[in-house]
Design a protein around this ligand. Sequence first.
Ligand code: PEP
Ligand code: MN
Length: 360
Amino acid sequence: MRQQDLEQLRKEVDGLNVKILDLINERTSLVKKIGKVKEKQGVNRYDPMREREMLNFLKEYNEGPLPNGILDEIFKGIFMSALEIQKDEEKNALLVSRKRKPEDTIVNVNGTKIGDGSQTFVFGPCAVESYEQVKAVAQSIKAKGLTMIRGGAYKPRTSPYDFQGLGLEGLKILRQVADEEGLQVVTEIVTPGHLEEALDYVDVVQIGARNMQNFELLKEAGMINKPVLLKRGMSATIDEFVKAAEYIIAKGNDQIILCERGIRTYETATRNTLDISAVPILKQETHLPVMVDVTHSTGRKDLLLPTAKAAIAVGADGVMAEVHPDPAVALSDAQQQMDIGEFDAFYEEIQRFMKNYATV
Ligand code: PEP
Ligand code: MN
């Protein structure tokens, strides 16, 4: 074959490539339209029966020279690409998605702003045990110029025989101490039934890891006019975490703080495995503030400081950690809570780190 002929044939192939591409794009647009109709009807976008029918039809129609096995591969690829595009579109259409709302959402807890570029710290005991216990921690928080206190009144425990929290009595203690010290209360609510009465005592409703997919609780939290701190489920993917937040925002409440608290992996050196890369991913994909709970993610006091530094370095909007005046006798999470002296040292070091970091 002459060089000229070869070039001519190549030109024809180039022309066909463009035509095929145009046709695939035309097909993609049509499939998108079908996807919209299916979405309105609430029908699943993926329809394997339909794909089978289309492939069978094409194979019957095919007169070659393309072998049917390769036809299968090519068209499966085309079908899959359309589905992938739609999945991407669905993700970008979420109300929590940064594609949908490019600016950061700033959560306002009675004047304390979370997600405004500064770092917010939430400290407090694992569980509320007594007025004196909460008071000691609150005074130490206040002395540092901080404004938030955490503490569980309803404790979701692995064993039903473990301390379950003081319930309403615990909320009252938190509120009283917080009012005396001028602090905001972050506390976990475990069931929609408790939400309404809790609102009188709480400034931020925490939804814990074990309840991240308690969809009724998420929906109810979406209807309150107080911020929600949503923790990542211990086996939840980032996608599941984001969609849990979507449940809340879909009901009208956009005051959501996401909290990475470690996930369960095969690693036993730490209580959970802190998924530090979840922070920038969540910051990129959503417009919500992201905090890191260094206590539950590590379960180790010696790792609180390094992981808190990592959280700040990677772009977290805040850090949560547990503090107890006498951790050895704590009714829950005794090994992982800082005492007041350790808390002072931790905070001093993290302040120093942030100052240095800011000047880098
Ligand atoms: C807590 O913060 O008190 C708690 C129980 O954490 P998690 O839900 O992340 O386990
Ligand atoms: Mn705890």
